[in-house]
Design a protein around this ligand. Structure first.
Ligand code: PEP
Ligand code: MG
Length: 905
């Protein structure tokens, strides 16, 4: 018969049952159960207990809510073993054993599933506890907690009737806090709670401890399929078929008067990554008081002052566990009359900033290898790391309206909403939302995910709000105790400041500050030393080069600072849109006579030369790919409907003019607009993205691309004369047939050579093409014979391979395709490996066969997408090129791809 129940002391058996693999052990016993057993084996003080396996859970659910054969008998046998180990008896009023029953899945799902504490109490046993401890207050406090948890978790009774009775009792007793309530109060609460159970469930609270245990176990198994757990799994990508284990453990009490406490603690600071214990604890309390964030906790360093010995023991255990798991640990502990017990350990959740800092520190300490440090940090975390922060200039001299705990870094600026459902709805309408709550519960997760940031008035660093915010990279400030929230009036108040629903608020989650109004944000700068170190390790490992797409010298400088090894795409037309240039570009387009066009081009030449000069200097020593003009010309002219409307306006106004000069002026304007309109009509194409753009434009107006090449080489020659190491690479866009290149490239190479001859300087250069039309990819061998490099324009290549307009798709049917699963991923975000990727593979092979050593890169948006970076690595590209802000992400993703290839886990 299958073994479904393992004592914490039976880890060797569990390991043997799954073939020794730790990941499988976690799969079987859940993360919490596996670690409790593991801690037991390490000799760390853990209250004795046992784990019912995830297989038992899955079998229970598959049988429609019935334990698999033998399970319950095994649970009872394990219970007998606990009785033996503790010398106590479950159900014995004189010497009662009390148990906790908790869920524990393979992957941590904080607060998402259920727990029942103090199982094993009934009227008689509670009296027994009161007698044996001499503390009736303690005994009845335990009992009311059991009734409340059993009622909500096992019997599905809502919280509010319990809360209402408790509030009422506080009022009667004139107590502000639970701590002010005495034994008689708790006795009264217990009686009221029994009534709640009776009324809501139609039956008495089960007084038989074994029945309590059985039903609590079932509730834990059932909770796997509860809505909260499902939502969390959907949001975190955790598979639904893992099941949860159930952990049954001897209760130890942090609420047994002085010298007792309970808390949570991380082996390093989960917010900054600094190497010291961080956490919160509460004296005379039970575990859920800390996690629920209902009572204000003390930071863990207070324990050091109050009980040096226990603090030192905790610190030693934290270090031991870190060493054992080779990762930062998040521990739950209880101190029962001065004795420390560990109730749980798991890898600690942390901010992206802390993740990077801890990975680098642990590698430097020799605890993990550099490769493991690289593996620890995901490209998404680097992305979170780069989230904007409040503009320091804007906040200088601005007083925050409130301060709280900084639990998840970054800035969030948005409109205040007080309810998760409304927050979600507003976010769907496109509003930036800050969710404000007294505290959050698992039922609020959808609103938290939709919000830009989270603000709560209660809770500590390990509160639900803090954990979820950190995990999903949402800036958050919690525990803003000065803030009063009125959920009925939908407003918050701090001192004199009152904000209503929809008012703007700005959060600094890195410092724990709250500001009134809408404060501008700036991008984080990448000077963080730990990140720089980690990325330098990534550079040592990766094979793919990383370049940036940058159009201006300031972008190029930033890209270089972020680690770009060149420019993979400079879109020259972006410069044409600048206000001082657009009229010149328009003159060039409008020119009727060749002479007019040449004059306009001559005016553009020095402007372009200046642009390139700046970029070459910023990228001294590194290659710079400059792409010749790409978009259809009408994009540089006013929109047709605007011209028609302006002309109509002018005609109406003409009727009211009185002087000849007014009329002359207006007529001249009419003539100009009409000329624009005629030109726009002449240039009109039904499908301009498939029309006269890219290389086709160059063939149509050779003078334009010749001017660009002249500007590139004049700038390059000047830079070279000034001692700058320039490496221009000229790129021709939208090629579909090799003959296009034969015509245009030959002409441009001549122009380049002419400039260098004029200047008396030789610069190394390449002429290459984008591969962004399927025909170019298919005929790559022919094209490579002419051209010296390829760069995949995967934006257009995706558009033309799928036949989906890149400008319209994401607002149209593509969203529906993704929702229905017709496409698994947005192909404009992640390269479609089976289609577009195959074309790329073919082009790389054919191109390199025709021209060994052909330089091949990518400059579409996909160059900064981690999954696409992996594909580019696999296809043997030389580099990826992406927006400067994604360069650090690409560096790390490229390192991961190299580690994958080497088989380094
Ligand atoms: C591309 O098509 O992938 C590309 C980089 O060019 P653009 O986005 O400018 O068309
Ligand atoms: Mg393109």
């Amino acid at each position: 018969m299958e073994k479904y129940v393992y004592l914490f002391s039976e880890l060797d058996e569990a390991e043997a049952a799954v073939g020794g693999d730790w990941d499988e052990v976690r799969g079987l016993l859940g993360g919490k159960g596996a670690n409790l057993a593991d801690m037991t084996r390490l000799g760390i003080p853990v209250p004795p207990g046992f784990t019912g396996t995830t297989r038992a859970c899955n079998a229970y659910l598959a049988r429609g809510g019935e334990f698999p054969e033998g399970f319950w008998e095994q649970e009872l046998a394990a219970l007998a073993a606990l009785e033996k180990a503790t010398g106590k008896k479950f159900g014995d009023p004189k010497n009662p054993l009390l148990l906790s029953c908790r869920s524990g899945a393979k992957r941590s799902m904080p607060g998402m599933m259920d727990t029942v504490l103090n199982l094993g109490l009934n009227d008689e046993i509670t009296e027994g506890v009161a007698k044996s401890t001499g503390d009736a207050r303690f005994a009845y406090d335990l009992y009311r907690r059991l009734l409340h948890m059993f009622g909500t978790v096992v019997l599905n009774i809502p919280d509010h009737p319990f809360d209402e009775f408790l509030d009422k009792r506080r009022e009667v007793a004139g107590a502000k806090l639970d701590a002010d309530l005495g034994a008689e109060d708790w006795k009264a609460v217990v009686e009221a709670y029994k009534g709640v159970v009776r009324t809501y469930s139609g039956a008495e609270f089960p007084s038989d401890p074994r029945e309590q245990l059985r039903r609590a176990t079932e509730a834990v198994f059932r909770s796997w399929n509860g809505k909260r757990a499902m939502d969390y799994r959907n949001a975190s990508g955790i598979p639904h078929d893992l099941g949860t284990a159930v952990n049954v453990q001897t209760m130890v009490f942090g609420n047994i008067g002085e010298g007792s406490a309970t808390g949570v603690c991380m082996s390093r600071d989960g917010n900054t990554g600094l190497p010291h214990l961080e956490g919160d604890y509460l004296e005379d309390a039970q575990g859920e008081d800390v996690v629920a964030g209902v009572r204000a906790t003390d930071p863990i360093h207070v324990l050091k002052e109050r009980n040096k010995k226990v603090y030192a023991e905790l610190d030693t255990i934290a270090k031991k566990l870190e060493k054992h798991y080779r990762n930062m640990q998040d521990m739950e502990f209880t101190i029962e009359r001065g004795k420390l017990w560990l109730l749980q350990t798991r890898d600690g959740k942390r901010t992206a900033e802390a993740e990077v800092r801890i990975a680098v520190d642990q590698a430097n300490e020799g605890l993990i290898s550099r490769e493991e440090a690289l593996r620890r940090v995901t490209p998404e975390q680097v992305d979170i790391f780069l989230h904007p922060k409040l503009d320091p200039k804007a906040v200088q001299g601005t007083k925050p309206m409130a301060t709280g705990l900084a639990v998840s870094p970054g800035a969030a600026v948005g409109q205040v909403y007080f309810d998760a459902d409304i927050a979600e709805r507003m976010a769907k309408e496109g509003k930036a939302v800050v969710l404000v709550r007294p505290d959050t519960k698992p039922d609020d997760v959808h609103g938290m995910l939709a919000a830009k940031g989270i603000l709560t008035s209660r809770g500590g660093r390990t509160s639900h709000a803090a954990l979820v915010a950190r995990q999903f990279g949402k800036p958050a400030v919690v525990g803003v105790t000065d803030m009063e929230i009125d959920l009925i009036e939908r407003q918050l108040q701090v001192g004199d400041v009152v904000l209503h629903e929809g008012d703007w608020l700005s959060l600094d989650g890195t410092r724990g500050l709250v500001y009134e109004g809408e404060i501008p944000t700036v991008m984080a700068d990448l000077d963080n030393p730990a990140l720089s170190t980690l990325l330098s390790w990534a550079d040592d490992v990766r094979r793919l080069g990383v370049r940036a797409n940058a159009d201006y010298p300031r972008d190029a400088e930033r890209a270089r600072k972020y680690g770009a090894e060149g420019i993979g795409l400079c879109r020259t037309e972006h410069m044409f849109f600048e206000t001082d240039r657009l009229p010149v570009v328009q003159r060039m387009i409008m020119a009727k006579e060749a002479g007019d066009q040449e004059a306009a081009l001559a005016d553009l030449l020095p402007l372009q030369r200046g642009d390139f000069d700046g970029i070459f200097r910023a990228m001294d020593g590194l290659p710079v790919i400059i792409r010749l003009i790409d978009p259809p010309l009408h994009e540089f002219l006013p929109a047709r409907n605007e011209l028609v409307r302006d002309l109509a306006d002018l005609k109406v106004r003409l009727q009211h003019f009185h002087t000849l000069s007014e009329i002359d002026g207006a007529l001249e304007e009419v003539r100009t607009k009409q000329r624009f309109l005629d030109r726009v009509d002449a240039l009109h194409e039904e499908n301009p993205m498939l029309g006269t753009r890219g290389v086709r434009l160059g063939i149509n107006i050779p003078g334009l691309v010749k001017m660009q090449v002249r500007a590139i080489f004049e700038a390059a020659c000047q830079c070279k004369k000034d001692g700058v190491d320039v490496k221009p690479e000229v790129m021709i866009p939208l090629v579909s047939h090799v003959n296009e290149l034969k015509v245009i490239q030959a002409m441009l190479v001549d122009e380049a050579k002419a400039v260098m001859a004029e200047q008396g300087v030789e610069v190394p250069y390449l002429f290459g093409t984008m591969i962004e039309i399927p025909r170019a990819a298919v005929t790559a061998a022919e094209i490579a014979k002419v051209t010296e490099f390829f760069s995949f324009g995967t934006n257009d290549l995706t558009q033309t391979t799928f036949g989906i307009s890149r400008d319209d798709a994401e607002q149209g049917f593509l969203v529906e395709y993704l929702r229905q699963g017709i496409l698994a991923r947005n192909p404009f975000e992640t390269i479609d490996a089976e289609g577009v990727g195959k074309l790329m593979e073919w082009a790389v092979e054919q191109g390199r066969a025709a021209r060994p050593g052909l330089e091949v890169g990518i400059c579409g948006e996909h160059g900064g997408d981690p999954t696409s970076v992996h594909l580019c690595h696999k296809l043997g590209l030389d580099y990826v090129s992406c927006s400067p802000f994604r360069v650090p992400i690409a560096r790390l993703a490229a390192a991961h791809a190299a580690l994958d290839e080497k088989g380094v886990a």
